[in-house]
Design a binder for this molecule. Structure first.
Ligand SMILES: [Zn+2]
Length: 190
């Protein structure tokens, strides 16, 4: 049977990837972070297989075809899967055959790590450059400007808000930053 073939594979970016190993845990982390836990069964089903029809995926995982497609496209948006579309000559419609783009996991994991580092750096800067105010019930945490607007009174419980020592928060964030940075070091040594 002759079939028209269209192959769609997004080009991989030029980002340098460390020698981190793709394992189950890393796949889970990346997929959950970018798409959600509900997409995991599809990824693990496709792992190690080639060109699986979306109808087969839906059937095997016992997930409705529209929902299966929706999850596949969401994965595709992040380049985690790719597909080939073939026209079925007999039925006359197009069927997509899917593959798990396993090597992209490393690239995505690195991207996520760098984004987290950036976020934490911004957060540390905010903590270091501001004084925060809180009531003794810890209802809400406010910056100085915000606290002035509220006359240093908690809008929840009405108690006076005092400035808060955020040394431990900063220490915690710096520790987290160190952890994220050391992930790279560990993978470099491997
Ligand atoms: Zn309060």
């Amino acid at each position: 049977m002759e079939q028209k073939q269209i192959c769609v594979v997004k080009k991989s970016s030029n980002m340098k990837v460390s020698n981190m190993k793709v394992n189950k845990k890393l796949i889970e982390e990346v997929v959950i972070e970018l798409v959600g836990e509900e997409a995991l069964p599809i990824v693990f089903y496709l792992k190690g297989k080639k060109r699986i029809s979306e109808f087969i995926i839906a059937e095997e995982l016992d997930v409705e075809i529209h929902r299966t497609r929706n999850l596949l496209y969401r994965l595709y948006e992040h380049n985690i899967v790719f597909f080939m579309r073939r026209k079925d000559k007999i039925k006359g419609w197009y069927i997509c055959y899917w593959d798990f783009n396993e090597p992209i996991i490393l690239e995505l994991a690195e991207k996520i790590r760098l984004e987290k580092i950036e976020k934490i750096k911004v957060r540390i800067q905010k903590e270091e450059n501001n004084t925060f105010y809180m009531c003794k019930n810890a209802c809400e945490r406010m910056t100085f400007d915000n606290a002035i607007e509220h006359n240093f009174k908690c809008s929840e419980c009405g108690q006076i808000m005092n400035d808060q020592d955020n040394t431990r928060t900063i220490e915690f964030l710096k520790e987290r930053l160190k952890e994220l940075n050391s992930t790279k070091e560990k993978t470099k040594k491997k």
